[in-house]
Design a protein around this ligand. Structure first.
Ligand code: COA
Length: 334
């Protein structure tokens, strides 16, 4: 069996910076509340005039990742695209990336799994590579949240948290022992509606929603039971990081860099304190981008790598928790 390594990383975020001050002009909120509860100072939201979308942002991030891997788009064997905000209801954006990169007719897979989408996708790529089916897999996480958020006081508990952006990684076949050591995937569907966008769905399509014309209906905006999500997140983050470490006989002090899904700075800080990790062992950039769901880990990993915080030989742990609930981790020897 082969191992898979991360051969290249890239990210792209829209230029349009939306500060907490900007949000306070759209809804009853303020900088102090947002920073105290979430750590977020600003996020990027797509300016519709630019034409940016999950697929175009994903393609921009992918071009950088492919270049950093020393490859060209034609070297890619397979595409995995994670998002909860696809360009279209169907088809998913994986095929659009295939077209935008001008790649031959390779397979393209779309993955849901929301905030855990990137780690789930990495796990899928790892299996395809281990078995020898593919050599270079492009894994993308990309989100356009801003187009679907409720930009009024009713939506403030959700809207202030989320941002847009994309990250990409090239996962490559390797014959030495370095690379992805293990991945761990979990779900608990009984909490599906605690963090969800319920409508439109196959039981209630758009024409029905339009014909009802009900201003009280918030089912087509994301809903989040914030306190409930917070409590589950901190527990599951610690469990799944512990699982990755135990599987490979490592302890928290062996981690060179933990790249947690950027859900909320308070969640990351809680997990860091409970696990006894130092500031140097944990990477956070939610202050600048908000929560970008499937894009958050690849954006963070790409920035950490650019800043020299991930080096050859390092032990890197990725961990995610989100809607589903789903949670996941990956342990990587770089
Ligand atoms: N600005 C100002 N006030 C706000 C607000 C905002 N953006 N959003 C909510 N509030 C108000 C609420 O209406 C409530 O007011 P009330 O006490 O008068 O009813 C008060 O602030 C407290 O609301 P609550 O929801 O209890 O706050 P909280 O301390 O739980 O913080 C979250 C809310 C969302 C920041 C927090 O629950 C959280 O971070 N949860 C996890 C979210 C997450 O990580 N999601 C992604 C998972 S992948």
């Amino acid at each position: 069996m082969y191992t898979s390594r991360i051969a290249g990383l890239g990210h792209y975020v829209p230029d349009n910076v939306v500060t907490n001050e900007d949000l306070s002009k759209m809804m009853d909120t303020n900088d102090e509340w947002i920073i105290e509860r979430t750590g977020i100072k600003e996020r990027r939201w797509i300016d519709p005039k630019t034409g940016d979308s999950p697929s175009t942002m994903g393609t921009k991030a992918a071009r950088i990742a492919i270049k950093n891997a020393g490859l060209t788009p034609d070297d890619i064997d397979f595409i995995i695209f994670a998002t909860l905000s696809p360009d279209y209801y169907f088809p998913g954006p994986g095929v659009m990336v295939q077209e935008q990169l001008g790649i031959k007719e390779i397979g393209a897979l779309d993955v849901r799994n929301q905030c855990s989408g990137f780690v789930y996708s990495l796990s899928i790529a790892d299996q395809f590579i281990k078995t020898g089916m593919y050599q270079n897999i492009l894994v993308i996480g990309s989100e356009n949240h801003s187009g679907g958020l409720e930009k009024s006081t009713r939506g403030r508990g959700v809207t202030v948290i989320f941002g847009d952006g994309a990250g990409a990684a090239v996962i490559q076949r390797s014959e030495d022992s370095k690379g992805i050591l293990s991945t761990h995937l979990h779900s608990e569907g009984k909490h599906a509606e605690e963090l969800a966008l319920i409508g439109p769905n196959t039981g209630r399509w758009v024409p029905e929603i339009i014909s009802e014309d009900n201003p009280e209906d918030s089912s087509y905006y994301p809903h989040m039971n914030g306190n409930f999500v917070f409590k589950h997140a901190v527990t599951r983050f610690m469990e799944v990081i512990g699982e990755a470490l135990a599987t490979n006989n490592y302890k928290p002090e062996d981690i060179n860099l933990l790249v947690p899904h950027q859900a909320n700075l308070r969640i990351s800080q809680f997990v860091q304190a409970k696990m006894g990790l130092s500031d140097d062992q944990v990477f956070n950039n939610i202050m600048r981008y908000g929560n970008t769901t499937a894009a958050s880990i690849p954006i963070a990993m790409s920035e950490a790598w650019q800043e020299g915080k991930i080096k050859e030989g390092d032990l890197v742990c990725l961990a995610a928790f989100g809607s589903g609930f789903t949670w996941a981790s990956a342990l990587i020897r770089w």
